[in-house]
Design a protein around this ligand. Structure first.
Ligand SMILES: [Zn+2]
Ligand SMILES: [Zn+2]
Length: 391
C-alpha cells in the first residue's frame, strides 16, 4: 500500500483537472447545480451513494467501513463569488461576472481526491467518514441550509475536519491554531429618522444627518473604551445613505455595518450596547431609530485536543518547520456551524507560489499555486485517517 503522500501525488493530475474544470464554470451561492453534478458523479465512480440537493445545492456521501469506530465529518465549500475574473489563464472563468476567487474550486477538488484516497484504504480503516460538499459559504447560509435539511440525519458525528487554502501562506506549509480562529460575523442596518425640510431653516426640522454623524462617532468607543483590548472585536459602519440636494434636509439616514467578535459573551454585549448607544444618541437629538439585525455565524473555534492531533499529523507529513501557528482572522466562515456539531479543526493550507498566487482572496486576480493542492489532499486525508483511529 502506497503512503498517503504518495497517493496524493499520484492523484495530483486529477485534482488539478477537477479544480480547473470548476474554475472555468464558477457558480455562486445556491446556484451550484453543475458543481453538484460533478461532485456526485465522481463520488458514484468511487462506489459511494451521494445524496444531492441537501440544503438546495449541497452533497453528502457516507463512507462506511463496516467496522465500529468514530464518525468523521470532512467538509469542503463549493461556491464561487460575483467577481469578474481579470486573469488571463487557459482555465479562466467562462461566466461573466463570476469567479472562484476564494479557492473553493480547490477545496472541492481536494475533498474529492481525499474521498478517493480513503475509499482505496477502506479495508484498513474503521468507522465512518461523512463527506460534506457545502454550498453558499460566501453568504454564510449554506451550512445552516444543509443542517436544516437533515445533512446529519441518523448520524452522530465525533470529529469534524476542514480546510481553507490560503494565498498569504507559502506552498508546503499549513497554519493552524486552537481556540477561536475566525470571527463571528453579524451585520446590521440602522435607520435614523428625523423631520426633513428646507436647509435654510434647520430649527424647523430634525436633522437626521447630524444625528447619524454623532452616532457613527459614538459607536467608535464600544470597542476602544468598553472592550478588553485583548478581546479582539470590530465595529465598522460600511454604508451611509441620505439626501438628494444642496438645500434639503432629508427625512432619514440609512446606515449599514458589521460586528466581528471572537467571544460569544462579547458578541451579545456589543450587540446590545450598539443598539443602546444608537437609540440614546439619536433620541438625544430628537430623532427616532429603527434597526434590523442580521445574525451571521458564530466564531470558528478549533478544539485544543483536535488541533494538537492534527498538528502531529502535519508535522510528520511536512516537517515541524512547515507547521505554523495561525493568527486568528476577523473574517468569518460558516464552518463554525459544523464545528458546533462535534469537536474539530479548521486548518489553512498555503497556496502562495509567487507573485501571481499572492493576491488576496476575493481579488479579481486571485489564483492558487496548484502544488498546494497535493499538500492539501495529503494533510486532509491523513488527518481523517488519524481521527478514525481510537483516541
Ligand atoms: Zn471567501
Ligand atoms: Zn473561502
Amino acid at each position: 500500500m502506497p503512503s498517503i503522500a504518495e497517493q496524493a501525488a499520484a492523484l495530483q493530475e486529477r485534482t488539478v483537472a477537477v479544480r480547473r474544470d470548476l474554475h472555468r464554470h464558477p457558480e455562486i451561492a445556491f446556484e451550484e447545480h453543475r458543481t453538484m453534478g460533478v461532485v456526485a458523479r465522481r463520488l458514484r465512480e468511487l462506489g459511494l451513494e451521494p445524496r444531492v440537493g441537501v440544503g438546495r445545492t449541497g452533497v453528502v456521501a457516507l463512507l462506511d467501513t463496516g467496522r465500529p469506530g468514530p464518525t468523521v465529518l470532512a467538509r469542503a465549500d463549493i461556491d464561487a463569488l460575483p467577481v469578474p475574473e481579470e486573469k488571463q489563464v487557459d482555465y479562466r472563468s467562462t461566466v461573466a461576472g463570476k469567479m472562484h476567487a476564494c479557492g473553493h474550486d480547490g477545496h472541492t477538488a481536494v475533498l474529492l481526491s481525499v474521498a478517493e484516497v480513503l475509499v482505496s484504504r477502506r479495508a484498513q480503516l474503521a468507522g465512518r467518514v461523512l463527506f460534506v460538499f457545502q454550498p453558499a459559504e460566501e453568504i454564510v447560509r449554506g451550512a445552516r441550509a444543509m443542517l436544516d435539511d437533515g445533512a446529519l440525519e441518523g448520524l452522530t458525528v465525533d470529529h469534524v475536519l476542514g480546510l481553507h487554502l490560503s494565498s498569504s501562506e507559502p506552498v508546503g506549509t499549513v497554519s493552524v491554531a486552537e481556540g477561536p480562529v475566525m470571527a463571528a460575523t453579524d451585520s446590521f442596518r440602522l435607520l435614523v429618522r428625523g423631520r426633513g425640510g428646507h436647509a435654510a431653516y434647520p430649527h424647523l426640522c430634525v436633522d437626521p444627518i447630524v444625528a447619524a454623524a454623532q452616532l457613527v462617532t459614538a459607536l467608535q468607543t464600544l470597542v476602544s473604551r468598553e472592550t478588553d483590548p485583548l478581546d479582539r472585536s470590530v465595529v465598522t459602519i460600511t454604508s451611509v445613505h441620505a439626501g438628494t440636494a444642496y438645500n434639503i434636509i432629508p427625512e432619514e439616514v440609512e446606515l449599514k455595518g458589521t460586528l466581528r467578535t471572537f467571544d460569544a459573551g462579547t458578541r451579545q454585549r456589543l450587540r446590545a450596547r450598539l443598539l443602546e448607544v444608537a437609540e440614546l444618541t439619536t433620541r438625544s437629538l430628537g430623532c427616532g431609530l429603527a434597526h434590523e439585525w442580521f445574525e451571521g455565524t458564530p466564531a470558528v473555534v478549533n478544539d485544543a485536543a483536535a488541533t494538537e492531533r492534527f498538528r502531529r499529523v502535519a508535522r510528520e507529513l511536512l516537517g515541524p518547520e512547515n507547521v505554523r501557528e495561525m493568527t486568528p482572522i476577523m473574517g468569518g466562515d460558516d464552518m463554525a456551524l459544523w464545528l458546533e456539531q462535534a469537536k474539530g479543526c479548521y486548518f489553512f493550507v498555503g497556496t502562495r507560489g509567487g507573485e501571481e498566487t499572492a493576491f488576496a482572496h476575493h481579488h479579481p486576480r486571485f489564483d492558487i499555486d496548484e502544488a498546494g493542492l497535493e499538500v492539501a489532499v495529503a494533510l486532509f486525508a491523513a488527518g481523517v485517517v488519524d481521527l478514525l483511529q481510537a483516541d
